[in-house]
Design a protein around this ligand. Structure first.
Ligand code: PLP
Length: 479
């Protein structure tokens, strides 16, 4: 039992703290547990079998008055918190976007928390700032984008798209910075663009009526000709087209929109083009998949999320732009208490967005990129792409099921032919089994199951077993 109180830490007296020895023991225990978890992860149910409020009811309503031993806190994590978690870092988590916190990323986050630096300024965190420049340079090379692309890490693609639309607004109408939002600026997205773009438009004061949702084709890709038509209509009505958000890997189906054609339109009408490759972008590191970013070199900004499909823990989203000065103009203020002698020679990342305090996220990129190397990352991505094609053929070979969308990346959308209600129940049963976790979307008015592949531990057996589970569950439901 650990007693709390005054501890000696080196030559310094601490009022209440964990001694280095106690920390070392606790860290070993946590590391052992994590290693065991990773090794036996398939024994854990993927989805939490809890009702809303169940965890709250188990926990004290007030914080402890006196400190508790770390062993007890850790034991409670295992007995109480873990069962109420849905395990995103599980090889059979196939919902939303399948993501990974790979071991090198975990280690970097551990170190990052110990250093606890704030990467707001070069001066406040020289290595964090420069490592961000270096790792984003490496990633830029892997993506075969040229040096004109400046990179910045945001927490999420949702914040990144807001900054990008903010930059588009600054580019179209620099007076807004001084005088506030002017009416009639238009944002173009598709019916299938992730909701974060429309949310950004709400936050920035565009107003929902100034967001155009362009219809999609049979493959759920924005219709470039309808986009152009909408722009012409808006210009005819005295509106000001501001920004187009086009997706490489849309959320519902992973559709890859026709970026070269959309870039032509953006050029023709002088509209900012933002490419949302939050989920799909990492696949472009695979040489035979680089084509998915064709045309993106003409985008004003581009986002991809290492925390989705590049084996980096949440959160870490990368934005590249050919117009960093516009981002600065949209956000920088230069408060006196943040000025430093180096300002004219360094990058101060706080100037490129609303966030001042910034975590040391580049450390986990550095760990992951160095540990796996480009070759390892390509092999992981390629395997996820292969498994998606395998699942696609399984769906196609079962007459009870149908594919609901093309499979250009690692997401398979499919449904049982028995109708919406049946598919809803099928999804519920599979998720309740704890053996796999899927999500859904609605395509052409029909309820569709989404099976996203991408966790670093997912193997062929996970796909085959889960497909068997889906088939057996649907047979049971039919009986
Ligand atoms: N864009 C796409 C295509 C997505 O699929 C998602 C999330 O699923 C987002 C943006 C938002 O990502 P984030 O959670 O990083 O905000």
């Amino acid at each position: 039992m650990v007693t709390r109180g005054s501890k000696r830490i080196g030559r310094h007296e601490s009022v209440v703290d964990m001694s280095p020895d106690e920390f070392r023991q606790a860290a070993y225990q946590h590391a052992d547990w994590i290693a065991e978890y990773l090794e036996n992860v398939r024994n854990y149910p993927v989805a939490a079998a809890v009702a809303p409020g169940e965890l709250v009811a188990k926990l004290p309503a007030t914080a402890p008055e006196r400190g508790e031993p770390i062993e007890k806190i850790f034991a409670d994590f295992q007995s109480t918190i873990l069962p109420a978690l849905t395990l995103w870092n599980h090889p059979r988590f196939f919902a939303y976007s399948s993501v990974s916190s790979s071991p090198p990323s975990m280690l970097a986050d551990f170190l990052g928390a110990a250093m606890n630096v704030n990467a707001m300024l070069w001066k406040s965190a020289p290595a964090a700032t420069e490592l961000e420049e270096v790792t984003l340079g490496w990633l830029r090379q892997w993506l075969a984008l040229d040096e004109t692309f400046f990179g910045i890490i945001y927490d999420t693609a949702s914040v990144g798209v807001m900054q990008a639309i903010g930059a588009a607004r600054e580019w179209i109408d620099p007076r807004i910075r001084e005088h506030g939002m002017s009416p009639g600026l238009i944002l173009y997205i598709s019916e299938h663009t992730h909701s974060s773009a429309e949310k950004a438009a709400l936050t920035l004061g565009f107003g929902r009526e100034n967001v155009r949702k362009i219809p999609v084709d049979d493959c759920f890709r924005m219709h470039a000709d309808l986009l152009e038509q909408a722009i012409q209509d808006d210009i005819g009505r005295g509106k000001r087209p501001c920004c187009i958000v086009a997706s490489v890997g849309s959320t519902s189906t992973s559709a890859i929109e026709p970026i070269p054609e959309i870039a032509n339109i953006a050029d023709r009408y002088k509209i900012w083009l933002h490419v949302d490759a939050a989920y799909g972008g990492p696949a472009a590191v695979v040489p035979e998949m680089r084509h998915i970013l064709n045309g993106a070199e003409r985008a004003h900004s581009l986002i991809l999320n290492p925390h989705k499909w590049l084996y980096v823990s949440i959160d870490c989203s990368v934005l590249y732009t050919r117009f960093p000065e516009i981002f600065r103009r949209a956000s920088a203020l230069g408060a006196e208490y943040l000025r430093t002698a180096e300002d004219d020679r360094v990058v101060n990342y706080m100037d490129y967005g609303v966030q001042l305090g910034r975590r040391f996220r580049a450390l986990k990129l550095w760990y992951v990129f160095r540990y796996y190397g480009r070759d390892g990352v390509v092999r992981l991505l390629r395997e996820a792409l292969r498994l998606a094609q395998l699942l696609k053929t399984l769906v196609e070979s079962d007459a009870d099921f149908e594919l609901a969308a093309p499979v250009p990346l690692s997401l398979v959308c499919f449904r049982h032919r028995a109708g919406d209600e049946f598919n809803r129940r099928l999804l519920e049963e599979i998720n309740a089994s704890g053996k796999a976790f899927l999500s859904h979307t609605v395509l052409n008015g029909k309820f569709v199951l989404r099976f996203a592949i991408g966790n670093f531990q997912t193997q062929e057996a996970d796909i085959l077993d889960t497909w068997t589970l889906i088939q057996e569950t649907s047979s049971k439901l039919k009986a």
